[in-house]
Each structure stands twice: as structure tokens, then as C-alpha cells.
Design a binder for this molecule. Structure first.
Ligand code: HEM
Length: 161
């Protein structure tokens, strides 16, 4: 087994960029992700008519996040992802769809196992932080309330009705 396929390899997040093949690898990942977004009626409705600028920005963001320099910051400024996502009604369901499509797109890339594990863990961790609406409600949730469970904290479920 080569080092690249060693599931136990410990790598730094910033090493991911080089390990997966630099910006072109993130462009391919984003293209695979957007193919799925285009076929998802809930998500497609949230995205603008022209998907190309968003694709570019997401690829640059991910490349930067995983150690590929600071091009995103230079082109778009500080990510401020919650603020940038506030216009979109990201319910837990929408976030779940996003995360599912992104995870599928990541797996399709055949990154080496250590890099894939890091990227998948990031998707799982980061997506819920962008939830900003409850289903059927217009009000934008403040950060931190975004991932509240269905019941208030401390709620003890009663016996089934
Ligand atoms: C790990 C989670 C996520 C990350 C890292 C992420 C990252 C980004 C980035 C970097 C952009 C481009 C910002 C810019 O214009 O500079 C973006 C745009 C966008 N994101 Fe996300 N996002 C995440 C989750 C979500 C979720 C859960 C949704 C919806 C369910 C969503 C919907 C959108 C939409 C609609 C845009 C605008 C695209 C456009 O203007 O073309 N994102 N996201």
C-alpha cells in the first residue's frame, strides 16, 4: 500500500491543496458539485441564473481553505460565509442536500484517503453552521441558533402521543 492510500496518514489541512492536485482539482470538484446542484430543484432555485461566477468563487475559496494561497481573499475579500449566505434560505433540509451533493462530488474525485477524509469532515462540520432559516420562516436566524435541534434545549421528550 502506498503512503497516498494509507487511511491512517496524518496530514495537515494546508497539505490538501498539493496532495489533490492544486486549483484544477478544486475546479473539477466544484464542477461535479454544481452538476448535482443543477439537478436539485430546491438548491437550483436558490442559485442565480449564471452559475459560472459562483463556481469560480467556490473553487477559489476551497483552494484557499486547503492551503492554496490567498487568491479568494484578494478577489472577493474576507469570506464571511454566514453573511454571504444570508440572502439564501438555508434550512436544515437545504443544507443537508448541499452537504450530500458536496460529499458525493468529493468521493467522485478519488482524492487520496487522508485528503478525502479531511474534506468530508469539513463538509459535515461546516455546512450546519450556514443554516440560517427554519422551514417556512422568513426570519434569518442569528449564528449559533442555526443548528438548534427541533426541541428547545433541556426539552425532555414525553411519551409518544
Ligand atoms: C461548507 C459549506 C459551504 C461553503 C464552504 C460554501 C461556500 C460558498 C462560497 C465560497 C460561495 C461564493 C461566495 C462569493 O461569492 O465569494 C458560496 C456561494 C453560495 N452558496 Fe455556499 N457554501 C456552503 C454551503 C452552502 C449551503 C448549505 C447552501 C445552500 C443550501 C449554499 C448556497 C450558496 C449559494 C446560493 C451561493 C451563491 C452562488 C452564486 O452567487 O453564484 N452554500 N458558497
Amino acid at each position: 500500500m502506498s503512503d497516498d492510500s494509507d487511511l491512517t496518514a496524518v496530514i495537515e489541512p494546508r497539505e490538501v491543496f498539493d496532495r489533490v492536485g492544486g486549483l484544477p482539482a478544486f475546479e473539477r470538484l466544484v464542477a461535479a458539485f454544481y452538476d448535482r446542484v443543477e439537478r436539485d430543484e430546491v438548491l437550483r432555485a436558490m442559485y442565480p441564473e449564471d452559475l459560472e461566477p459562483g463556481k469560480r468563487h467556490l473553487a477559489l475559496f476551497l483552494a484557499q481553505y486547503w492551503g492554496g494561497g490567498d487568491v479568494y481573499d484578494r478577489v472577493r475579500g474576507h469570506p464571511r460565509l454566514r453573511r454571504r449566505h444570508a440572502p439564501f434560505p438555508i434550512t436544515p433540509e437545504a443544507a443537508g442536500r448541499w452537504a450530500q451533493h458536496m460529499a458525493a462530488a468529493v468521493r467522485e474525485q478519488r482524492f487520496d484517503a487522508a485528503a478525502e477524509a479531511l474534506v468530508l469532515a469539513y463538509v459535515e462540520r461546516a455546512t450546519p453552521t450556514l443554516v440560517n432559516r427554519l422551514p417556512g420562516q422568513e426570519q434569518v436566524l442569528p449564528p449559533g441558533l442555526a443548528v438548534l435541534p427541533q426541541q428547545p434545549p433541556g426539552h425532555v421528550p414525553g411519551p409518544p402521543a
